[in-house]
Write a protein that binds this ligand. Sequence first.
Ligand code: FRU
Length: 524
Amino acid sequence: MYTRFRAKRLADVILVVALSLSRFSTARGDEASYHEQFRPQVHYSPPSHWMNDPNGLLRLGADYQMYFQYHPYSMVWGPMHWGHATSKDLVRWVNRPIALEPDERGAIFSGSAVYDRDNSSGLARDGVAPVVAIYTYHDHAAERAQKIRVESQGLAYSLDGGTTFEKRPGVVLKNPGKRDFRDPKVMWFSPTRRWIMTLVATDHVEFYSSKNLKVWRYESQFGMTRGAHGGVWECPDLVRLIGTNDGLQHDVLLVSSNPGGPAGGGGTQYFIGSFDGHEFRESNPSASPRWLDYGPDYYAAVSWNRDAESLDSPPTVIGWMSDWRYAVKVPTSPWRSAMSVPRKLTVVGSGDELALTTNPIDAFHSLQRERITYDLSLTPALRTFGPVRGAAFDWQLQLRNKNQSKFDVVLSNASGQETRLSIDPVHSEATFDRSNSGIINFDSHFSDLVKVPWLTHSETAELRIIVDQSSIEIFINGGRSVITGLVFPDSIYDRVQIAGDNNVEVTSATLAILDSIWAEPKHN
Ligand code: FRU
């Protein structure tokens, strides 16, 4: 009894100290610590502690808001809060105080945020329209009691531009008797003048509609017999965009699955189709599961909410750059996890050949400090580029492969640690190999070989590779397939090599050395 009491007192003291430290550590001004080993320099990561999914992605005036699943007192997942950061360009971030904390209804799981400009919710005050966050309450006590109704959807609103939130009592969408019922993504759907909520229930997506964000009506469901079902469906999103080649309007449904992703852990799959305010219909139901990213470390990807009318620019998505199999074990400190580079989504092709491409957003170019274009007319046999010095790198390579020969792309450092992509054009396949990438022994799955589609049947190929202190993102052939993988080498991979026979020729090689996003902004 005494011991238990003492343990509780001690826990309380630790909690209070941790609370004050964590509040301090998430405030602006702590970025000076972004120099630790493995600390991402061109990717968002919290100053300290555990982070997972991006949440509540919203543009408000000149600022992009990004909330995220956050445990401010621990290096591993626990009772979820919403952490918060803002950005003017989606590239450089400012850390903000925690936005939402657990309460008696549960922890604050993933969800979304909208700007209720016309005050449909009636939550405006003194003429200030609210930012409305809708998220999942996850009741850990009900879960321990093995109840079914563990997850429901709650609402909180902000009248100071998304910095602080007030919770509405109760929930806006009760649990209908489904154990997994979460991750609401809300958007304004102008054709029917309704808010649409897309959420997941174990193995399918459900759509709800509302006039006021507070009362929701069930519309339909999608996916029970579609796509990949190797795991629980999570973090859905519905994104409207215009096809680059066919000029037509398409709705893209993103759904993450864990496990069951292409690399064995989690992954974000997509469906192209159309949504009429009630139902989603896939345009090519015979298409097999397709993924935003085929690498091991890209999960829970969702987009920044934007006006349904502003379809002229591509939507931006961001993913959590880790995998649930080993996310709690990766050798970083005092933080765990980073977000991917923000990526623009494009629908290319037409008819049954429609596909999604993802590429770094244009604003990412603003980090380029120095560009090196290798003169291949002087050294046509050049195959190794680097070593180079920098916080992070952006490589762009063009290749010609007359005989469909096999070849490897090798990223490495002076210690001989490497990550290798072995390409077999004849079988339209590549293998991503991290078995000699640096620290790998924290989980046996980390060095699993990952098969990735190599979608080019022509002689030429294009690679864009973003290398940071502990990650690699490879965009193949204009982002038709993408590989994101974490790596923990002794020092950054500062060179790239194309290894293969003479049929494989590098026709262009450019390197941009990237500034850290945590560097003080430069003034001209
Ligand atoms: C996805 C997920 C979500 C959930 C959140 C909890 O990674 O499992 O489904 O809302 O993480 O942190």
